[in-house]
Ligand binder design. Structure first.
Ligand code: KMH
Ligand code: ZN
Length: 288
C-alpha cells in the first residue's frame, strides 16, 4: 500500500466559532494550524477562509494571505476549496484559482446539503475544470453521491478531465450518500483505473470511515470542517484528529506520507524550496 496521505480540512465554511473555540479563523491562525497538523502527520491542507468575525469569505486577497501564512510555516500541499459555501456565485468560487494553488477541489455534482442544495450544475463543473486546466491546478474530485462518479466520467469524455485523478469521497452529509463501509466499497469499485482516493466521513462517521480507508489502502481526510468532536461531548483540535488517524495507521502497519511523498503518489511537482526556517516536521527551527 502507498503511505497514508492525511488531508486536514481545518475550518470549512459552515462551522461557526460559537460551536468550537478551535476554528482557525485568521490567516495567522491557519498558518499555526498548518504547522501543528504537519507535525501531527498531515500532508494536505484543504483551505476555506474566514473574515476576522468568523463569517465565511472567498475573497482572493484573504486566500492569498492564508496561502502565504501556510507556506511560511509548512511544506504542506495547499488545496483550495472551489466548493465555497452554499449560494456562492460561480465567479466567487473560481476566483481563488487565480492564485494557482497546487490543488483545488472540483465537486462533481449537486447534492442536498441539510435543508439546502449545494449546486454544481454541469456548466459550473465545466468552467471550474477548464480554469484548473488553464492554470495547471490539480483537481481533487469531491464525490458526495454515487452519480457524481458518472458525472466525472462525463467530464472526461468531454475532454475536461484526464484520468487517473485523486478523488475524495465525502460521506454522511445529510442529503448525500450515507457513510457506510458498503457504500465506500461500492464507490471504490466504481473508480476509473489508477485513481487514488480518500474518504471524509462527516460527524461521528469521520473515525470509522478513516479506519476503513486505512485498511483498504485509501487515504483519509479529517478536520473540523467535517467533525468538531474528538469523542462524544469533547471538542477536538485539528492536530488531534490528524494525530489519531496517523497513530491508528501506524499501528495497522501503514506508514504516513510526508508532503513530498504525497506529491509523488499524487503525481504533483515537488516543492523545490522548503519554506525558510521550517524543518522536516514542519516546525520552526530554533535560532532562526
Ligand atoms: N461548504 C460546502 C458547501 C469544497 O470545499 O470543495 C462545500 C465544500 C466542498 O466544502
Ligand atoms: Zn471544503
Amino acid at each position: 500500500m502507498d503511505p497514508l496521505i492525511v488531508t486536514c480540512a481545518p475550518v470549512g465554511a459552515e462551522v461557526m466559532p460559537s460551536q468550537t473555540p478551535y476554528l482557525p479563523v485568521t490567516p495567522e491562525a491557519l498558518g499555526e494550524t498548518a504547522s501543528a497538523i504537519r507535525a501531527a502527520g498531515a500532508s494536505i491542507v484543504h483551505v476555506h477562509c474566514r473574515n476576522d468575525d468568523g463569517t465565511n469569505t472567498h475573497a482572493v486577497d484573504r486566500f492569498a494571505q492564508a496561502y502565504d501564512a501556510i507556506r511560511s510555516r509548512s511544506d504542506l500541499i495547499v488545496q483550495f476549496s472551489t466548493g465555497g459555501a452554499i449560494g456562492m456565485s460561480a465567479q466567487e468560487r473560481a476566483g481563488v484559482l487565480d492564485l494557482r494553488p497546487e490543488m483545488a477541489t472540483l465537486t462533481c455534482g449537486s447534492v442536498n446539503f441539510g435543508d439546502e442544495i449545494f449546486e454544481n450544475a454541469f456548466p459550473l463543473m465545466r468552467a471550474l475544470a477548464r480554469r484548473m486546466n488553464e492554470l495547471g491546478v490539480r483537481p481533487e474530485l469531491e464525490i458526495f453521491d454515487k452519480g457524481h462518479l458518472a458525472n466525472a466520467r462525463r467530464l472526461e469524455r468531454e475532454g475536461l478531465l484526464a484520468f487517473p485523478q485523486h478523488v475524495d469521497f465525502v460521506l454522511g452529509v445529510p442529503g448525500g450518500l450515507e457513510a457506510t463501509v458498503q457504500n465506500l466499497c461500492d464507490l471504490v469499485d466504481d473508480l476509473p483505473v489508477g485513481c487514488t482516493w480518500s474518504v471524509a466521513g462527516i460527524g461521528r462517521a469521520q473515525l470509522p470511515m478513516a479506519m476503513a480507508a486505512i485498511a483498504m489502502g485509501g487515504h483519509v481526510r479529517v478536520g473540523l470542517e467535517d467533525n468538531v468532536y474528538y469523542s462524544k461531548g469533547r471538542l477536538a483540535r485539528n492536530e488531534e484528529l490528524v494525530e489519531r488517524v496517523a497513530r491508528i495507521a501506524r499501528e495497522a502497519g501503514r506508514t504516513i506520507a510526508e508532503p513530498q511523498e504525497a506529491r509523488r503518489v499524487l503525481g504533483l511537482a515537488p516543492l523545490h524550496a522548503p519554506p525558510a526556517g521550517i524543518d522536516a516536521r514542519g516546525s520552526k527551527r530554533t535560532g532562526e
